[in-house]
Design a protein around this ligand. Structure first.
Ligand code: ADP
Length: 518
């Protein structure tokens, strides 16, 4: 995504929403002074346990999407700092990986405790740099911390195997060992949780990490890294560099010391990272874009369906890869559902996430807003009708009215690609077979949701959906204890759960021969 909210090298790039900034802004940086522990506001990268500036002194502005205020100027790093971060991760690998699981687990548990005891500060940083309502940000901190706690526990359960041998004088063993240095590249929509769900299992398994957070939301990442240092996680085990995305990315890709890339973000960048990993044959985990169908059948409990699809659609103002992108509604319940759903959407409060009662914050940047407008124009030009919303919010900045579109079909752009905004397109359908066909008619395959009171149907449809996650009568299903990940072009690998740690482990087969009888 283009850097609409950041200024590189002190030069402002394309920030058209800045025109609105003046009349909405508070004093720059005023909001960050509300941190209880002011030391958590870090602006330097973390390399080998030291906070460092970029080598050429360049910085990036981090701004608040709700106001346009500049929150901080952080180091704008690139290849050289990344090389040093890789070296420090590589050097600390031998000692970190040799700790016992229980020792690593204690460090992670300390980190978890510190994240929880600083949850208000972390949530404040998330709301300020990302825009989501404070209550949702607090939810993200708990969700993000849970990955650290879960993998602190899971560190102790990395079991190998003993395989029954084909020969009497042999013993066959399987060891699980950490892959080595991991490059973790994360997006802006969950500034904390996307980091902890990568770094938690990586450190638990004995890997060391170089994290590259999004240039939009580095402050949360840096605060979390500071808490990791406070937790005693040794210097070099966790490094953070941010700034020039392709400079950092290319350095990670080209290094033969980096054995794995774990990435959450757009499908386009994921494909680049996959191609770029070929040369050094890195292990890859990719969590890419989705195009989640949310299917409401005639036999659904309407209250459950409205509540569930509302949550699946409007969390983080529609800016998650598991957000319902298409709401498929069976003809018999279409009118009733559309009315009830639009009424619920109308009740949502839009505004600065720091204010009470807000459920919809701003979009991340101007480009996100332009995309929403383009998708809505395309849909209405092809026969969709606007049931609610459909324009920029009177608050200005990057606020958009929560929108409901009727009579959408699968040919419209909004049904083909992720809108990543607060727009709920309703697609009428006739039969269960039609719904499955429409739902699977996409290259994406991350999350899907179904609403039905029929148990046989919930099984049939769950099994037929080509998706990595299915919510049945539930709109919010992500948890650290269950595997998260997509099929088709939505990605590779799984995060969270007992399966998530395997992504950071290699299997080693050891054959012990000549075990002669005494
Ligand atoms: P989004 O559209 O959600 O911002 P991106 O895929 O553009 O998704 O960004 C996700 C993460 O990938 C961010 O940290 C971003 O800086 C990073 N990124 C973008 N381009 C590259 C690249 N060429 N190499 C490595 N990382 C990149």
């Amino acid at each position: 995504m283009a850097m609409h909210r950041v200024a590189l090298h002190g030069r402002h790039l394309l920030a058209s929403s800045r025109l609105l900034r003046r009349h909405m802004s508070m004093e720059p940086q005023a909001a960050v002074t509300r941190l209880k522990e002011s030391g958590l506001l870090k602006t330097q990268g973390l390399v080998g346990g030291k906070w460092i500036d970029s080598y050429d002194g360049k910085t990036i502005e981090v701004t608040n999407p709700a106001t346009g205020d500049v929150l901080a100027n952080v180091a704008c790093m690139s290849g050289q700092e990344t090389s040093d971060a890789i070296s420090s991760a590589y050097n600390s690998f031998s000692s970190w990986s040799k700790l016992t699981a229980s020792e690593r687990s204690k460090f992670l548990r300390n980190w978890y405790d510190l994240i929880i005891s600083h949850k208000e500060d972390l949530a404040l940083l998330i709301t300020l740099e990302q825009g989501k309502p404070l209550k949702e940000a607090l939810g993200e901190v708990t969700y993000g911390a849970n990955f650290i706690e879960f993998f602190a526990e899971e560190a102790k359960r990395i079991y190998g195997d003993i395989i029954p041998s084909t020969l009497a004088d042999r013993r066959l063993l399987v060891l699980k060992q950490p892959v080595g240095v991991v490059g973790a590249i994360t997006p802006w929509n969950f500034p904390l949780a996307m980091i902890t769900r990568k770094v938690g299992p990586a450190l638990a398994s004995g890997c060391t990490v170089v994290v590259k957070p999004s240039e939009y939301t580095p402050l949360t990442a840096l605060a979390a890294a500071d808490l990791a240092l406070q937790a005693g996680i040794p210097p070099g085990a966790l490094n953070v560099v941010m700034g020039n995305a392709s400079g950092i990315g290319d350095t990670l890709l080209q290094s033969s010391q980096v054995r794995k890339i774990t990435f959450t973000g757009s499908t386009a960048v994921g494909k680049k990272l996959m191609a770029g990993s070929a040369n050094t044959v890195k292990k890859l985990s990719l969590e890419l874009g989705g195009n989640a169908p949310c299917i409401v059948f005639d036999d659904a409990d309407i209250d459950v369906a409205v509540k569930g699809s509302l949550a699946a659609k409007f969390r983080n103002s529609g800016q998650t890869c598991v957000c319902a992108n298409r709401i498929l509604v069976q003809e018999g319940i279409y009118e009733k559902f559309a009315n009830a759903f639009a009424k619920a959407v109308q009740n949502m409060q839009v505004g600065n996430g720091l204010a009470e009662g807000i459920s919809q914050g701003p979009l991340i940047n101007e480009a996100a807003l332009t995309k929403v407008e383009k998708f809505i124009n395309d849909a209405t030009s092809k026969g969709a009708n606007i049931i609610l919303g459909g324009k920029r919010h009177s608050l200005g900045m990057t606020f958009y009215e929560p929108t409901v579109l009727g009579n959408v079909n699968n040919k419209m752009l909004i049904a083909r690609e992720e809108v990543f905004g607060p727009v709920a397109p309703l697609l009428p359908f006739k039969t269960e077979e039609d719904a499955i066909h429409i739902a699977n008619d996409t290259n994406a395959g991350l999350a899907a949701y179904i609403f039905t009171t029929s148990i046989p149907r919930s099984w049939r449809v769950s099994e037929a959906l080509e998706y990595g996650l299915v919510g049945v009568n539930e709109g919010l299903i992500s948890t650290e204890v269950a595997p998260f990940g997509g099929v088709k072009q939505s990605g590779l690998g799984r995060e969270g759960s007992k399966y998530g740690i395997d992504e950071f482990l290699e299997l080693k087969y050891v054959c012990m021969g000549n075990m002669k009888e005494a």
